[in-house]
Every structure is written in C-alpha cells, then in structure tokens.
Design a protein around this ligand. Structure first.
Ligand SMILES: Nc1ncnc2c1ncn2[C@@H]1O[C@H](COP(=O)(O)OP(=O)(O)OP(=O)(O)O)[C@@H](O)[C@H]1O
Ligand code: SF4
Ligand SMILES: [Mg+2]
Length: 318
C-alpha cells in the first residue's frame, strides 16, 4: 500500500549541525504512528518540516511526499490549500493555536468558511457537533467563550476539534496532552483516539512520554538525536525492545519497570547537533558499545519485515 506520508532521507540544519539526520519514516492512511524521544531530539522540528513551519533560514534536504505531493519547497499558495484541510496540526500548547482575541465559535467558523462554501449557521452547527464529539460539555455555550475562559483540558479538546473540523486525512499531534495533568491527559487521549479511529485519520503522534505513546499508537518510532533508532509495532517494541536506547528508555519509565525496582536513569545527555559523534550518535551513552561504533554510522537493519533497528549488534554479519 502506498503510504499517505513518506519522508525520505530528511535532514534539517538550523545552521550549526544536523538536527534531523537522514531520517526516513512512512505513515499509511488511517495509521497512528507514535514518535517518541527525549527533549531536544528533533521531534517538533520533524513535525514542522512536514507542515512547512520551519524558519526560512533552516536548510532542509530530502523528500516529504504527502499523498504524492512533494512538500519540500511547495509554493505557499498550494501549501495553504493543504494545511488545515488535508493535513492538520494539534500543537503542544492549545493556547498557541487559539487566538485569545476571538471566541471559539468565531475561530472554528473562520476555518470552515475560509475553505468551504456555506453560511454561519451551518458552520456553527458543525462546530457544535465536533465539540460534542471531543467531549466538550455544553458546546453551544462554548461557542461564545474566549480561550482564556476555558480549562486547559477543554482548550485542548477545542484545539482538537479545530484541527479535525475539515476531516483532514492526516494529523500531526505535537505533545497535545503534555501540559495537562495525568487524569485529564488520559481522558483527552481516550477521546482523541476514538475520534481518530472513527474518522480513519492518519496521525503522527509526537511525545516524550512512553506511557502516552503506548496508549495511542499502532506503530512506534523511537527517535534519538535527530535519527530514528528503532521502529516496531507498539506491542513488539514494549515486549522485546532491540535498540540499547529503547531498552534504557523502557527501564527508565515507571510504568514499564518492575514494581519495587529502582528506576534506571540514562546517564549523559543527547549530543549537541554541532558536536555529534562521528559514528553512532548514542555511542557516548551506550552500555554495549564496541570500538566500531565510534567509526561508522550503524546500518538501518530490517530485523523482521516491518521492524527496523539502527544498531551494529542487530546487523546480520555482526
Ligand atoms: N528555530 C530554531 N533555531 C535553532 N535551533 C533550533 C530551533 N528550533 C529548535 N532548535 C534546536 O533543534 C534541536 C531540536 O529541537 P526540537 O524542538 O525539534 O526538539 P524536541 O524533540 O521537539 O524537544 P522537546 O521535547 O523539548 O519539545 C534542539 O537542539 C533545539 O535547540
Ligand atoms: S551501534 Fe554501538 S553505540 Fe550505537 S547503539 Fe548499537 S552498540 Fe550502542
Ligand atoms: Mg518539541
């Protein structure tokens, strides 16, 4: 099946070294792909590359095909026709996507009427339906509310409704629940997953939280220092992680380590893009590194038909 989103050999450099390095990933129609990694590993940069939101000074190489259209270098006019319509963003902070000066009803109506014909009443009825679907209480009254009058959880639901209002085929969700407390986070995630499944929307779900990614994803890509180091179905990744970084991440996560056991931490930090090691980016922190890891970038190995790992220990001739 042809993927809906196909990123090939993407590199992004803000001017001091590759923040994304030769990264490839695909998302099929209706698939939820979780992208997980520590702060600073380039998750937002990847999402923004797809959406064309990077600063003009950023150097972008490679290819990003969305439903057959190359997004890198796409004319602004064509991009405007795509964004919010076929390809949409739920950002990390809902406040950032909602304009504090306008009511919820006004903002979502504007999205509808900018891209589709129709009148105010029809747009508002549609907005109310979508707000109800994402679990906003008393949606008719919420149309007249300003963003600052809503709780964090309701704002995030409104941002989700706005992103989904034109039934996009794909969503980029960048840490959509990380600003919420754990109980609200679980509720919002549950709603998000059911709305996504109901509409068959493909999602690239970005998070630093393994628990969140486990709850929502069909497939998971683990990112480290601007590269994907392991890709597997959610079940395979949690049952049998292959990459030393994935193993460390799982051990460090309270929900996935044995009860009563001390939590593992990963000593060291993600390398600065300007000072990336020559071989494997994880080598300075890797407990099973061998001399070869300092020299060559490890290969991207298919360990099973739909499972890949970037580690010398997984290479067939190792
Ligand atoms: N506009 C920019 N100009 C220069 N450097 C940037 C810019 N945006 C991000 N960076 C740098 O690129 C790297 C990746 O940042 P990015 O925000 O993509 O990471 P992230 O994985 O989304 O992190 P977080 O989990 O904290 O959101 C970091 O080193 C960051 O400092
Ligand atoms: S390639 Fe080497 S340094 Fe990198 S993760 Fe594998 S063993 Fe560790
Ligand atoms: Mg980010």
């Amino acid at each position: 099946m042809t993927p809906l989103l196909e990123i090939r050999s993407l590199s992004v450099d803000y001017g001091y070294g590759a923040v994304i390095r030769d990264l490839s990933i695909t998302v099929s129609a209706g698939e939820i792909v979780g992208l997980v990694g520590e702060s600073g590993c380039g998750k937002t940069t990847l999402g923004w590359s797809v959406l064309g939101l990077l600063p003009r000074s950023a150097r972008v190489d490679g290819s990003i095909l969305f439903d057959g259209t190359e997004l890198i270098g796409l004319q602004a006019r064509k991009r405007r026709k795509l964004l919010g319509v076929r390809l949409s963003l739920i950002p990390q902070a809902a406040m950032a996507s909602l304009d504090p000066m306008f009511t919820v009803g006004h903002q979502i109506r504007e999205i509808i009427l900018t891209h589709q014909r129709g009148g105010r009443a029809g747009a508002d009825a549609r907005t109310v339906g979508r707000l109800r679907e994402v679990g906003v209480a008393a949606p008719e009254a919420r149309l007249r509310a300003f963003p600052h009058e809503l709780s964090g959880g309701t704002r995030q639901r409104v941002a989700t409704a706005a992103a989904m209002i034109l039934n996009p085929s794909m969503l980029i969700a960048d840490e959509p629940t990380s600003s919420l407390d754990v109980t609200i986070q679980a509720q919002v995630l549950g709603v998000l997953r059911s709305v996504i499944l109901e509409h068959g929307t493909a999602v690239m779900f970005i998070t630093h939280d393994l628990g969140v990614v486990a709850q929502i994803s069909d497939r998971i890509a683990v990112m480290y220092a601007g590269e994907i180091v392991e890709e597997a179905s959610a079940q395979e990744l949690f049952e049998d992680p292959k990459h030393p970084y994935t193993k460390k991440l799982l051990a460090a996560h309270p929900g996935f380590s044995n009860k009563g056991q001390r939590l593992a931490t990963i000593p060291g930090s993600v390398p600065d893009p300007a000072q990336r090691p020559g071989g494997c980016s994880f080598e300075p922190r890797c407990p099973v590194a061998i001399p070869l890891c300092q020299e060559d970038r490890p290969p991207w190995v298919a360990v099973e038909s739909d499972r890949h790992v970037r580690c010398v220990h997984c290479a067939p001739n190792h």
